[in-house]
Design a protein around this ligand. Sequence first.
Ligand SMILES: Cc1cc2nc3c(=O)[nH]c(=O)nc-3n(C[C@H](O)[C@H](O)[C@H](O)COP(=O)(O)OP(=O)(O)OC[C@H]3O[C@@H](n4cnc5c(N)ncnc54)[C@H](O)[C@@H]3O)c2cc1C
Length: 319
Amino acid sequence: MKKTCIFQDTENIEKTKDLLEVAERMYGQGQFQSHAVLLEASSHCLHGSFHHIIRVAEGLVDAYDPRGISDVLENLHQRNRFDSILIPATSLGKMIAPRLAKRLGTGLSAGVTDVKRQKNRIEIIRPACSGKILEVIHHRGAGPVMMSIRPDAFEYRSRGGLQTQILEYTKPVTSRSTVQRLHVEENKLSYDIRESRVLISGGGGVKDDFPELFRLADALNGSVAASRKLVDQGIAPRSIQVGQSGKTVSPSLYMALGVHGTMQHIAGLRNIETIISVNRADNAPICSLSDIVVQGDAAEFIDRLMEKISIYRSEKKES
Ligand SMILES: Cc1cc2nc3c(=O)[nH]c(=O)nc-3n(C[C@H](O)[C@H](O)[C@H](O)COP(=O)(O)OP(=O)(O)OC[C@H]3O[C@@H](n4cnc5c(N)ncnc54)[C@H](O)[C@@H]3O)c2cc1C
């Protein structure tokens, strides 16, 4: 029987439960023992889905400390000899996975979006070059198969009904944390991009000017959306991401500023009346979908358009 260990990101436990689907694709239903490793949060929603829930004792390690968490996972692997270790590719997961792989002397497939079993080989699939190509990886060597997995790439339909054993991990961690949480800031964006008639959408090309989009959106009575690039970089919240793993939007006007228009982004655009794209490169895929293409710098475009809007408004007032 294979053994898989799944680290649960406390930010979204329901979602990381989906990683069970990865184990099922690798080993087949009922062919593996699942271990969930959990810090601080309630394990209730995992009961019946996992064979073992390993709760890290309170106060042993901070939930945002990748070194301490890697210590815990390394120790657990030494005790249990897992065949695979699966970590969600969240901000925290992306800090833990490479550290742990190095400590265990095994390879890491990072940002995995698909897993297949072909005869006796496991094919691990991940996008590369900003999603333009897909890599197929075969794991070799004696170490555990280690993957970090993109959120929303898999969906697990829990059949439940397992006898879950709850264990407590109490071994003190040896690594000292170099991270200190100073304060927590709430996400203040409460609108739903699916309801906006005008969307000003920002991508990698406006990563340094993202706040400017809100100025333009205000002036046009619209809302701001973003590509996944800005979400992954922590510049925009996930709630405003357009695309395959974000939201599908159908505004009257979609203004894509510094958005390349990969297929995963375009997957979120439906029945849009007018698309305007502003891009330095006129051969970006979004341009071929657009009604109007402006070739140039997006931040400069915003400045110039804001000027025009303010001139138009003052002329309108006067007349
Ligand atoms: C399973 C999976 C799901 C995904 N889901 C999504 C999703 O839901 N949504 C999504 O968006 N992506 C998604 N992606 C990621 C997607 O593949 C791309 O990586 C991402 O969309 C790229 O974002 P971008 O176009 O903003 O950035 P980039 O690829 O960095 O493109 C930036 C663009 O801006 C232009 N540019 C650069 N500087 C300027 C400037 N100063 N002014 C104007 N233009 C400029 C460049 O020419 C380029 O075209 C997914 C990927 C995978 C594998």
